[in-house]
Design a protein around this ligand. Structure first.
Ligand SMILES: Nc1ncnc2c1ncn2[C@@H]1O[C@H](COP(=O)(O)OP(=O)(O)OP(=O)(O)O)[C@@H](O)[C@H]1O
Ligand SMILES: [Mg+2]
Length: 292
């Protein structure tokens, strides 16, 4: 690689690990010995937060977030603008580290290990927790090199051609680009670019994929492709998606978390229950469009 990879550090979301289950970053902790019932973690929990607060300077963006996000499911995060949805996502892979005045307190664990512990390497963490953003952000490189990027900088063993092909297939883009792998990723349509970014994310085989409004810049057809893809990805990955589109959340997610103004997680549960019969009046008002 002759490129200045540092230029990509803000948008590059995954660096590879050839064996994410044998990562030196995270050590499984014994959750069985948890002190109280409320502290116990369901067996399928992959991301857990307890009393998670986030501040930007003096302003509090998240207030005491407790959540258990299950593995290999789609969890949607919904709520009005400014309620802290992106801030929460950025805690999971410590992207908030890059914001100068941002301070995080409390626990945010990945498979039982607090990602804010001193011994956690955020670069290693981001290998395991990929991210896809609202605006598709392919690198100014070929389609092939976009997907192979993480493989190359991590020196991943294996047949990169095969891994790139597989990632493009899983991102439902292969058939459209297989004859133009050397063309620039920037020449693709917006919807194709977003699927390219998803291919780039999955090529390095992360455990979690965070998506921050991944379809909000796309037309309905491209959006529908991304939605189908997200449901398929959940067979192998944990997907956490922020969306302003309630129908989208209802369609594609298993669990829904409703954040409301003040940075509170007001309700979290099965998507059907949240949309059909929420416990919380503010959630009902938000979902039925009475505010937000
Ligand atoms: N880099 C930053 N510096 C200072 N304050 C910030 C920063 N990023 C977010 N905030 C503030 O934190 C709060 C939560 O912002 P966040 O972007 O997480 O909300 P959001 O729910 O993702 O909103 P949207 O739906 O508009 O994307 C807001 O009050 C916002 O102004
Ligand atoms: Mg946001």
């Amino acid at each position: 690689m002759t490129d200045n990879t540092a230029d990509y550090s803000d948008q590059s979301t995954q660096r590879d690990t050839s064996d994410p289950t044998n990562d030196d970053m995270l050590v499984e902790t014994d959750v069985a010995g948890a002190a109280t019932e409320s502290d116990q973690v369901a067996a399928d929990t992959i991301i857990r937060s307890r009393d998670l607060d986030v501040f930007y300077g003096a302003e509090q963006a998240l207030d005491g977030i407790d959540i258990d996000i299950p593995e290999n499911r789609v969890t949607a995060i919904i709520g009005p603008s400014g309620c802290g949805k992106s801030t929460f996502l950025r805690c999971v892979n410590r992207m908030n580290d890059r914001i100068d005045n941002c301070r995080v307190e409390g626990e945010l664990s990945l498979r039982g290990k607090n990602v804010y512990d001193d011994d956690v390497d955020p670069v290693a963490l981001r290998r395991r927790v990929g991210m896809v953003f609202q605006e598709p952000n392919p690198f100014p490189k070929s389609i092939y090199d976009n997907v192979a990027y993480g493989l190359e900088i991590q020196d991943v063993e294996g047949d990169h051609d095969e891994i790139v092909e597989e990632a493009l297939k899983r991102a439902a883009l292969w058939d459209e680009v297989k004859d133009q792998l050397d063309s620039s990723g920037l020449d693709l349509s917006g919807g194709q670019q977003q699927r390219l970014c998803i291919a780039r994310a999955i090529a390095v085989d992360p455990e979690v994929i965070l998506m921050d409004e991944p379809a909000s810049a796309l037309d309905p057809v491209a959006t529908s492709k991304i939605e189908d893809l997200i449901e398929e990805l959940a067979e192998d990955y944990t997907v956490v998606i922020v969306t302003h589109n309630m129908q989208q959340a209802a369609r594609i997610s298993d669990k829904t978390a409703v954040f409301l103004t003040g940075g509170e997680l007001v309700e979290f549960g099965d998507t059907n229950q949240i949309f059909e019969n929420p416990d919380n009046q503010r959630v009902e008002d938000y979902i039925t469009g009475k505010f937000g």
